[in-house]
Design a protein around this ligand. Structure first.
Ligand code: GAL
Length: 377
């Protein structure tokens, strides 16, 4: 299966971790539809770790925990599908999942068949407890083959955290997305760390195998498994986080509890103009346009309709001035005879038409997405 756009959806891990159940997943499914998430493109609902029993059945099949999922996974998948959503689950290339449940090592073909029978559309495959003598690429390839031959279209979401230079071999495995970093946390330091890692590997992103920068923490507000009540992102930092994930074309998997979202959070997660950048049909990689000390950077991405998007990410602790010279990197010099008509995507306002240069200031931890249309002088 070939994906042309980064997947969008919801994953249970960031907020709920072990605390998952049939009822929770059904409630999330309901809210994804009733609160407008599905309409914005968030169509995968993924159950992460901790859904199974600690033992396989007599035929070697994974079995769901009957206390958490009393009606079984097939019934839950049917419910999720009845809402117009796709259904995802989690396993691991190693002997155990990261939380210690059975992993898929040497059970790949059995597990792929079981998932297909249950009606699963997406498998997140983690990297814990990989036997040391085994090569990660080999294990992802084995599951890639098992899924490709299980009789159902199942997306393979590799979660090897960028280990062993994942980006160099992952496209050979059949994975449609790959985690390029360790786990995200709900604080700005974590966002900055993940962002910095992208500076060396963003070139490996592309249609068919997307660079997954990890699930979003937007809207966690200090609540949930990967959050800390004493130190969590501000609204402005969430906006920066979402802007980066959007411009870099990362999958957008919501990790906060969408049942108790504030309007301010929804305004970020459901911003259709920002999502449109992430989901742009041409799916070009961004390029670094300018970089100031402290990771105060500007990136540019070319859109399918001929527009450009400037992503200005001020990860530093100081307010910075950004002089965007259109000749630099983009190559729009005087002889082109064109200007740029600029639109601030978050503020939804036109900034005017500029020739040669546009200068703007951005506060610490803040960002701007500016969509530019080429016009004749
Ligand atoms: C980590 C993974 C997380 C989550 C967790 C579950 O390895 O990066 O996203 O899936 O395992 O135990």
């Amino acid at each position: 299966m070939y994906l042309t756009r980064p997947p969008m959806g919801f994953n249970t891990w960031n907020t709920f971790a072990d605390n998952i159940s049939d009822q929770l997943v059904r409630e999330i499914a309901d809210r994804m539809v009733s609160d407008g998430y599905l309409e914005c493109g968030y169509n995968y609902l993924v159950i992460d770790d901790c859904w199974s029993l600690h033992t396989r059945d007599e035929q070697g099949r994974l079995q769901s925990d009957p206390e958490k999922f009393p009606y079984g996974i097939k019934a839950l998948a049917d419910y999720v599908h009845s809402k117009g959503l796709k259904f995802g689950m989690y396993s691991c290339v190693g002997n155990y999942t990261c939380a210690g449940f059975p992993g898929s090592y040497e059970y790949e073909f059995i597990d792929a068949k079981t998932l297909a029978e249950w009606g699963v559309d997406y498998l997140k495959l983690d990297y814990c407890y990989k036997p040391q003598t085994e090569d990660g690429a080999r294990l992802y390839r084995r599951m890639g083959l098992a899924l490709a031959n299980c009789g159902r279209d199942i997306v393979l979401s590799a979660c090897s955290w960028g280990a062993d230079e994942t980006h160099k071999w992952i496209k050979s495995t059949g994975a449609q997305l790959f985690r390029s970093t360790g786990d995200i946390f709900d604080n700005f330091g974590s966002i900055r760390e993940i962002y910095n890692i992208q500076k060396n590997i963003y070139q490996y992103n592309g249609q068919g195998c997307f660079n997954d920068m990890d699930m979003l923490v937007v809207g966690m507000n200090g609540e949930g498994h990967v959050a800390n009540r004493d130190n969590f992102c501000t609204l402005e930092e969430y906006r920066t986080h979402f802007s980066i994930w959007a411009l870099f074309g990362s999958p957008l998997m919501i990790g906060s509890d969408i049942r108790s979202q504030t309007d301010a959070t929804k305004a970020i997660l459901q911003n259709k103009a920002v999502i449109a950048i992430n989901q742009d049909p041409a799916y070009r990689q961004p390029y670094l346009f300018m970089s100031k000390p402290g990771n105060a950077d500007v990136w540019v991405r070319h859109m399918d309709n001929g527009d450009l998007v400037f992503g200005i990410f001020n990860m530093s602790e100081n307010t910075e001035m950004f002089p965007l010279s259109f000749t630099d990197h983009i190559g729009l010099n005087r002889t082109c005879g064109v200007s740029l008509k600029l639109f601030d995507v978050w503020d939804m306002k036109s900034l005017g038409t500029f020739k040669d240069i546009y200068v703007t200031h951005v506060e610490p931890h803040s960002s701007k997405l500016i969509r530019a249309r080429i016009c004749e002088d």
